[in-house]
Design a protein around this ligand. Structure first.
Ligand SMILES: C[S@@+](CC[C@H](N)C(=O)[O-])C[C@H]1O[C@@H](n2cnc3c(N)ncnc32)[C@H](O)[C@@H]1O
Length: 273
């Protein structure tokens, strides 16, 4: 038997095992504590975003066992979701098989996004699509490329990234990998600058959130949906410039601006009082 055939047989076996898991191990259906990591406020934020932007399609990277996909499917909007691990894919495929508007694929998220643009979402370039980016873990980190591709293909996209640092609230947990990479604003600075994106974070404090209390960020282009996101009470913007490559000149000018603000708002009023 050739190596390729053995590989394909292995994938098929794993996919079938995943489908069997769905029936034999129902306790696995509530992975990560439920939809959106069991976070009620995050689920409410998602529903508010749906109501406000009425996207034409939802893209999810990192299906895992389809827990959040199943929740998102209740909107009735077509969903395209991708999972790289065959056993998870088999589980999710079985779980979501009754839902005609949910399309589950196995593969790499970047390849999948390119295929969507060439296929089912090719006519949506000027439409709003919503993307939930959750395909991260140790090892390969596709996030930066996912953001780049999505805003290249669908400039009016609204993107939510799970497991992301909330700079103003340390109570929200976020991914930090052994490689030293972490899901922070600095990590996505190149894509943010390239596509002129704005970042919005949950305004609900982590202490009021349920479930795993993972942080998130919501992104949109300044020229499309940023103003509408800024008007949402569930979100707050981060008004900090995050240059991809910090030059000495930028550091000095940042430092001078901090000193000016300190003098203007703290020291002068104290001296005059
Ligand atoms: C945190 S889990 C996703 C959880 C899921 N979205 C939910 O809310 O239930 C991350 C998943 O992404 C998958 N993954 C990792 N890298 C990927 C890639 N490049 N393409 C597609 N899936 C990937 C992993 O196998 C894993 O199942």
């Amino acid at each position: 038997m050739s190596r390729a055939k053995r590989f394909l047989d292995g994938l098929l076996a794993e996919t079938i095992l995943g489908a069997i898991d769905y029936w034999r191990r129902p306790n696995l259906r509530a992975s990560w504590g439920g939809p959106f990591n069991g976070q009620r406020n995050r689920a409410a934020l998602f529903l508010s975003l749906m109501a406000k932007f009425q996207p034409r399609a939802l893209i999810e990277t990192g299906t895992f066992r389809g827990t959040t996909t199943e929740f998102m499917s209740k909107t009735g909007v077509p969903i395209f979701t991708v999972e790289s691990v065959a056993r998870n894919y088999g589980f999710a495929r079985m779980r979501l098989s009754r839902l005609r508007h949910v399309h589950v694929r196995r593969g790499d998220s970047r390849h999948f996004i390119r295929e969507l643009f060439q296929g089912p979402l090719r006519n949506y370039a000027d439409q709003t699509v919503f993307a939930y980016l959750d395909a991260h873990g140790e090892g390969d980190l596709p996030l930066a490329e996912e953001i780049d591709l999505i805003f290249e293909y669908w400039p009016a996209a609204v993107v939510m990234i799970d497991d992301f640092q909330v700079p103003s609230d340390a109570g929200y947990r976020y991914d930090v990998y052994r490689s030293g990479k972490a899901l922070t604003p600095a990590y996505i600075a190149t894509e943010v600058n390239k596509h002129a994106l704005q970042l919005f974070f949950p305004s609900v404090p982590a202490s009021h959130e349920t479930g795993s209390r993972r942080g998130c960020v919501v992104l949109a282009k300044t020229s499309t949906h940023a103003a509408a996101l800024a008007a949402m009470p569930e979100l707050r913007s981060l008004n900090v410039e995050i240059p991809a490559h910090v030059s000495v000149g930028q550091l000095i000018s940042y430092w001078l601006s901090c000193c000016t603000q300190l003098l203007t708002f703290t020291l002068f009023p104290a001296l005059l009082a």
